[in-house]
Design a protein around this ligand. Structure first.
Ligand SMILES: NC(=O)c1ccc[n+]([C@@H]2O[C@H](COP(=O)([O-])OP(=O)(O)OC[C@H]3O[C@@H](n4cnc5c(N)ncnc54)[C@H](O)[C@@H]3O)[C@@H](O)[C@H]2O)c1
Length: 328
């Protein structure tokens, strides 16, 4: 029986724990939350035998095979590094992988030196519909890819002011928190490297002091080295209309994921794909983490992919702060 422990016992820990409990050969053996009451409630809910008093205590537990990190982004790099140095080979860490550009290279080097396998929690690659979209793009039926559009707007974004998601310095606002998911997909679709990004962002909330940096809406243009131009729009709005769309245009056809429906558009014909997940994506993500602990083979989203997605989003953040194009 493989044993795992979780750091952070909030929303994502509570999303992953029921998936882990569906898997036969893994046990949630321990939990550590900076708030002991959260650890207690989590331990009771999932019948977890051990509540640690600190991250250090958890990392000293040699009976564990892997760790899931479900706390906040500014702590991800430091916690992953501490876990690797304590001898952990298998880590699942929620996205975004890093909060600062300079964390990326050091983290990748440490993972290589320690022989660690790390998955970053970009679950969209585990969605069958995104896999199908990639298959269409990579299969060549669009012709030469020219541009893509991403629109994520959340009209039910219900965070309380003052919490992590409202705190730009910590979460990076919608740019780092949400756009990373889509950049990770685009990187996977196009298998190329970024050239530059330009973005503008605003704060929607009037009650936030004007010296606080923008975090609620971002509109950016990412250009890949092979010339593909991507328009990226993301917002944490509390009213209006929600969107979750990805459109990819080639010089022959376009593939469009809109309102959960995947369609291929030619000049005259439209093909709709009937895609359903054999296993829900969050369950598949946890099954992949367990398989990674069993066979030692890397699984998506790998640390390198997660860092790359975050680096591009951090370039967008920097551009939205400076007003200048960020060159990679
Ligand atoms: N993959 C997704 O779709 C998705 C969705 C939501 C959030 N997330 C990501 O998951 C992470 C956590 O978000 P959440 O929504 O679960 O937040 P949350 O506030 O619900 O839970 C975070 C928990 O971590 C604890 N915590 C904070 N700092 C800690 C520390 N240093 N050590 C131990 N515990 C600590 C908090 O007390 C809290 O219980 C964020 O990075 C967020 O971006 C991912």
């Amino acid at each position: 029986m493989l044993k795992v422990a979780l750091i952070g016992a909030g929303r994502m820990a509570n999303a992953h724990a029921p998936q882990l409990q569906k898997i036969e050969n893994v046990q949630i053996a321990g939990v550590y939350d900076i708030d002991p009451e959260k650890s207690r409630v989590f331990a009771e809910r999932y019948n977890v035998p051990k509540q640690y008093a600190s991250q250090e205590e958890l990392l000293a537990d040699r009976s564990l095979n892997g760790i899931l990190m479900c706390h906040y982004c500014p702590d991800h790099a430091a916690s992953m590094t501490a876990a690797m140095k304590a001898g952990f080979r298998y880590i699942f860490c929620e996205k975004p992988a890093i909060r600062k550009m300079e964390e990326g290279p050091t983290l990748l080097k440490t993972a290589e030196q320690c022989g660690a396998r790390i998955m970053i929690g970009h679950h969209r690659k585990h969605d069958e519909i995104n896999r199908k979209m990639r298959e269409i793009i990579r299969g060549g039926s669009l012709g030469t890819i020219r541009f893509a559009k991403v629109q994520f707007c959340n009209n039910r974004f219900s965070r309380e002011w003052g919490d992590y998601f409202a705190d730009y310095e910590r979460s990076g606002g919608t740019t780092l928190d949400m756009v990373t998911h889509y950049i990770d997909l685009l990187n996977w679709f196009f298998a190329t490297e970024p050239e530059s990004v330009y973005a503008r962002a605003v704060m929607l909330e009037k009650n936030i002091p004007p010296d606080r940096k923008p975090s609620d809406y971002v509109s950016g243009t990412l250009v890949y080295k092979n010339g593909i131009i991507c328009g990226l729009e993301s917002s944490y709005q509390r009213y209006g209309v929600s969107y979750d769309n990805i459109e990819v245009y080639g010089d022959e056809r376009a593939v469009i994921l809109r309102e959960g429906r995947l369609r291929l558009y030619g000049k005259k014909e439209v093909t709709e794909y009937d895609v359903s997940d054999a296993i829900p994506c969050q369950e598949e993500q946890m099954r992949d983490f367990v398989k990674m602990m069993e066979d030692g083979k890397p699984r998506q989203t790998t640390l390198a992919e997660g860092v790359m997605a975050a680096v591009i989003a951090l370039g967008m953040l920097e551009s939205s702060e400076t007003g200048k194009v960020y060159q990679f």
